[in-house]
Design a protein around this ligand. Structure first.
Ligand code: SF4
Length: 217
């Protein structure tokens, strides 16, 4: 707030202009506060429950499904359908990117074998950030931040890298305290719940038990 020569007190308005103090109230009435618009990348229905509920209290939210890391295709389809049904039930607007880039994902994951999850997060979150920019959102986030089974630090790094590359803000939140509650809710709702993270490598780690007890060879 500052005083101009002539004695009138002026202060900045949300509309961008500097206006007389006495007109601030009127101007706010003309320009109601706009909620931030956030596009949240959704990995599946169950993991969406808690983050979407939290964000809906603060901002305008829409979901974005892009997960070429889910194999085989029928598993991807089951998770997509679960997500679509849940979004329709709660009135969540969704953007589905149905590009099933299996070959691109496998090539990338194998070329960075020890770091395949970092590649996986980068691939998905870069696409989410680009979709947020194309569709005029203010920020993007991801439901991957709810699961204690994900590499939380790497998810955050991938989101921040995508933000730098695209110029769209990454809304980071640690949603993990809500994970158990969300699991219980998804069971109550009778949602389809996957048995492994997504890629064929994680499916192998979940089920493959060679006779000598070694895993992963
Ligand atoms: S284990 Fe999960 S996070 Fe890691 S590469 Fe596979 S699908 Fe992606």
């Amino acid at each position: 707030m500052r005083k101009r020569p002539g004695g009138r007190i002026r202060e900045p308005c949300r509309c961008g202009k500097e206006i007389r103090k006495s007109t601030v109230k009127k101007c706010k009435e003309v320009l109601p506060a706009r909620k931030m618009k956030v596009l949240i990348h959704t990995c599946c229905g169950p993991c969406s429950i808690y983050p979407v509920e939290v964000l809906q209290k603060e901002v305008e939210v829409a979901g974005f499904f892009f997960n070429p890391n889910i194999h085989p295709f029928t598993e991807w389809r089951a998770r997509r359908e679960t997500m679509a049904r849940y979004a329709a039930d709660i009135g969540l607007e969704m953007i589905f990117d149905d590009g099933y880039l299996l070959e691109e994902f496998i090539r990338g994951a194998i070329s960075q074998e020890g770091d395949r999850c970092a590649f996986c997060y980068r691939m998905r979150l870069h696409r989410a950030a680009a979709a947020a920019r194309e569709n005029n959102f203010d920020a993007f986030s991801t439901t991957l931040l709810v699961s204690p089974h994900q590499k939380h630090g790497l998810v955050r790094e991938a989101g921040e890298a995508a933000a730098r590359e695209t110029g769209i803000e990454f809304l980071y939140r640690d949603f993990r305290p809500g994970y158990r509650e969300a699991v219980a809710r998804s069971r109550e709702l009778g949602m389809y719940r996957q048995k492994y993270c997504g890629c064929i490598f994680s499916e192998k780690e979940r089920y493959y038990r060679p006779r000598d007890g070694r895993v992963g060879s």
